[in-house]
Design a protein around this ligand. Sequence first.
Ligand code: AHN
Ligand code: ZN
Length: 349
Amino acid sequence: MSFSRIYGAWFALAATLLLLLIGLTSCDKTTGSGGETKVTDPPLVLAPAPNFNADTAYWFVQQQVNFGPRVPNTPAHQQCADFLLASLQRYGLKTHNQAFEVAAYNGTILRSRNLIGAINPNAKKRILLCAHWDSRHVADHDKDSANWQKPILGANDGGSGVGVLLEIARLMAPDSAKLGFGVDFIFFDSEDHGQPEFDRSVNNPDSWCLGSKHWAQNKHVPGYQGFYGILLDMVGAPGAKFYQEGVSLEYAPSIVQKVWNIGHQLGYGAFFIRESTDGIIDDHRYINEMAGIPTIDIVQYHSASGGFHPSWHTQGDNMDVIDRATLKAVGQTVLQTLYNETAPAQPLN
Ligand code: AHN
Ligand code: ZN
């Protein structure tokens, strides 16, 4: 080996060590003003993305609530389904109306519809964005037992996720040609028709998420494959905190990290809490377990502080619990996550 070769190798080694040193000092840890060590986010390039309009999302929630409770087998349910499909069509998505009948916990046949809108329907790589659009037939968590038999408006539980997704569909559809992947918006039906807490005549813990279970076994496109999925559930309440939910961490940990990192980078760290919480029964569970598509749930749930929002499954789940700031934090974060798929994030150094 010649002298210059050996010299070159040493030089390369020294340069690598120097770069490594720069990387280590410039990245994760900085020293705060008080001398304490603060952990900061690794640098993340944010691809150009549209500005999520929280007023439009709020309007979409309001429109759904204006139909009244969207309980299967009611006129309001049919009317809202038609409105949701028409909205997706208006923005140029290819829609599917997946109608099916399914037996509820008590044997009632629910005439149900999963509503689907596709951007770039022929693209092979596909990302799923989903939420349930039905609202609960009973208010079995209401403090007042006189309200238990009444259906809920589901502004937050149902309406908020769909509202955020319609706004994302509106903004993404015009960009379809430059995305390089397809997006499927799936609004699941009959998620929230599970066995009421006051009805102990049967015991059926498997009575939730009937629409997502149906879809997982009957894809709207034969041989459908998804790259990953994001479920939104109860994403509208003021000051909502989104913990990293157990089923999401089990099946799609890298998607959880990706979304929470982007949320923090955008300045929504108060919403996206980097702590785990127990896994819950929700549509993503069946997309993971039955369809095998890694899917996370952005949901306001924290086992250690009482579970869901206090308005959950009560007559209080109306527009009063919808805050544009929360819709914005979730909507902008999900939108950014998708636009980052077009130009994958690179570390700055
Ligand atoms: C639980 O009861 C833990 N989950 C039911 C899923 C759900 C209902 N999500 C919204 N409403
Ligand atoms: Zn619910």
